[in-house]
Design a protein around this ligand. Structure first.
Ligand code: 1PR
Length: 548
């Protein structure tokens, strides 16, 4: 059996890469020391990285990996970089100008222009391969998550081609950038193949087996699946969300509330049990979900780390689900059984090591925003958003907000940002704001979605999971006004959540708002529609979606 070695400088979610390799029938071994004799003997090497460019390349240097890596590459054995692992082959990056890349490509990485599109770029894009690139297929979608890229122009394309590089090109907004490079024994992808479903797994397999399969698609497939570069080039992202908690019998179940009440309606009703989290995650992956989110909805009860059942859920789900996994609930400083305080960063690290790609922060995001304003519009470096995004990158930190609509007479009635609604209340009030709650909707705070999202973006959050207590479980469609309100507040991507009851609701959100992704829960759990139903509906309506 072929053994694939993976350089491990503690950069992000290596568990998923190991899982992908094992799923494909190969053996995976991590190399965390440059003097490990396995490195000298390795036959296939992977160089994965996430987060900050400087953090990654400096780590390679300080752990003395640079020379062994150069030696390995000079020997002609195959190496594949992934994400920041691709970036490490370049000369340097605007992200960390003091840090030096390996310099195989004489090109500097720059930040995407955020004036006209959300940055980080998070989602599924196509790549146009030019040359031998291990079966990268222009009709498939691959998962990207990054703020910096090797942005191309005609001169750089020419220079790369003259230097003998084959490249796959992607386009985000109007910016063309390198999605993959290949030359002799070096191959690297800016996207995450281990998180790109079956299409991504095929690339890893082709690389390990050193194959470049021919690609053919019918005219009909091309028409449906080739990129039309709407939505900045990203397909419409559909996320399945699993609210998880222990039921009264102590079993961990997927549940679903109506306006956050998860108990059956009759007197003394049980927690609704809609299935098992790991199995349901796999089902949604197979139906085509672009991401799966797990929310531990009882995390507000102080639960020692040792008893956090979500770690096992993540570990098991990551073995069969090869799209991004987000975990939320309890990402905060936790007091362990022995009274020791475990910082939020350490809690998040445990989740990343278990297979999570992103963590989602609810209650503590509101506290962090309140503190941000109390300090006059700055952080003090201690919030989970700051401590986690620093080493893992903004793209790994989602904030999950749980707002309720509050009607007022006018903008002067509250210090929070209001909007004029098309749906006045029974008293005829036409203005409203969205009040953030904490602890699963149990406590309301005097701060709105506008204020919380802006503060969290400034503190380093990379995405917003925008729930809505009024709409949760209602099957009446998303609160479109809320989505636009949040889009006006921040540049980071917004995931619309709460209220989806049919495929039409997803279409409505993409048609009428700038939602970057749409999340559904109850309609999938109750078996009323599958994720594939939603995607087929969108495809028929002319929206580009990922079909794996
Ligand atoms: O505060 O950092 O520990 O995080 C707790 C997390 O748990 C937050 O993300 C919070 O949103 C979530 N949560 C807490 N209590 C509940 C509850 O339902 N009782 N669930 C809860 C939030 C809302 C969505 C839901 C959508 C779509 N669930 O995730 O999936 O509303 O539902 P639908 O499509 O069926 O309408 P912390």
């Amino acid at each position: 059996m072929t053994t694939v070695h993976i350089i491990d400088v503690e950069s992000g979610n290596l568990r998923s890469l190991v899982n992908a390799i094992e799923y494909l029938g190969f053996q995976a071994k991590l190399i965390s020391r440059a003097d490990d004799p396995e490195l000298a003997a390795a036959k296939v090497l992977l160089l994965p990285g996430v987060g900050n460019f400087g953090h990654f390349v400096d780590n390679l240097a300080s752990r003395s990996f640079e020379q062994p890596l150069r030696k390995y590459i000079a020997s002609g054995r195959p190496i594949m970089g992934i994400c920041v692992g691709l970036q490490a082959f370049f000369k340097g990056s605007e992200e960390s100008s003091a840090s030096k890349g390996l310099g195989f490509l004489d090109h500097q990485l720059t930040k995407f222009n955020a004036s006209k599109k959300p940055v980080p770029a998070i989602g599924w894009n196509t790549c146009t391969p030019q040359g031998k690139l291990y079966g990268i297929d222009p009709c498939h979608r691959y998962y990207f998550v990054h703020s910096y890229a090797a942005v191309l122009n005609n001169d750089s394309k020419k220079a790369l081609s003259e230097a003998g590089w084959d490249i796959a090109v992607s386009k985000y907004g109007s910016e063309e950038y390198i999605a993959a490079i290949s030359k002799e024994n070096i191959f690297a992808t800016q996207f995450h193949p281990e998180k790109s479903g079956h299409a991504g797994l095929a690339i890893i397999k082709n690389f390990i087996e050193q194959k470049h399969p021919a690609i053919y698609h019918s005219a009909q497939e091309n028409a449906l699946l080739l990129n039309d570069y709407s939505n900045y080039g990203l397909s419409r992202r559909i996320i399945a969300c699993l609210d998880v908690r222990a039921n009264d019998q102590g079993d961990l179940v997927v549940t679903k509330g109506d306006q956050y009440d998860v108990r059956e309606k009759e007197e003394g009703g049980n927690v609704r049990n809609l299935g098992k989290p790991v199995e349901m995650a796999k089902t949604y992956y197979e139906q085509g979900a672009d991401e799966v989110t797990f929310l531990n909805i009882t995390s507000f009860r102080d639960c020692p780390l040792r008893d956090t059942p979500m770690l096992d859920v993540l570990k098991m789900a990551a073995k069969t689900v090869f799209v991004p996994l987000t975990v939320g609930g309890g990402i905060k400083d936790v007091t362990d059984v022995d009274g020791k305080v475990v910082p939020a960063l350490q809690v998040a690290t445990l989740y990343f090591q278990s297979g999570a790609d992103k963590v989602s922060i609810g209650t503590d995001a509101v506290y962090a925003a309140e503190k941000y304003y109390a300090l006059g519009g700055r952080g003090d470096g201690t919030s989970p958003i700051e401590t986690i995004s620093k080493p893992y990158g903004a793209q790994a930190v989602v904030i999950s907000v749980d707002p309720k609509r509050v009607y007022v007479d006018g903008p002067e009635s509250t210090k929070n940002k209001t909007l004029k609604t098309k749906f006045p209340n029974e008293k005829g009030q036409e203005w409203c704001w969205y009040q953030c709650t904490i602890k699963g909707g149990r406590e309301s705070r005097d701060i709105g979605v506008w204020e919380v999202t802006r503060a969290c973006e400034a503190l380093g959050a990379g995405e917003v999971l925008l729930n809505c207590i009024d709409k949760d479980g209602s099957n009446s469609g998303y609160d479109l006004e809320l989505i636009e309100h949040a889009k006006d507040a921040v540049r980071i991507p917004i995931i619309a959540s709460s209220g989806a009851g049919s495929p039409k609701h997803f279409e409505e959100a993409f048609e009428n708002t700038r939602a970057d992704a749409c999340l559904g829960a109850g309609m999938f759990h109750r078996g009323e529609y599958t994720v594939a139903d939603v995607k087929k509906h969108l495809l028929n309506k002319g929206y580009k979606v990922r079909m794996d």
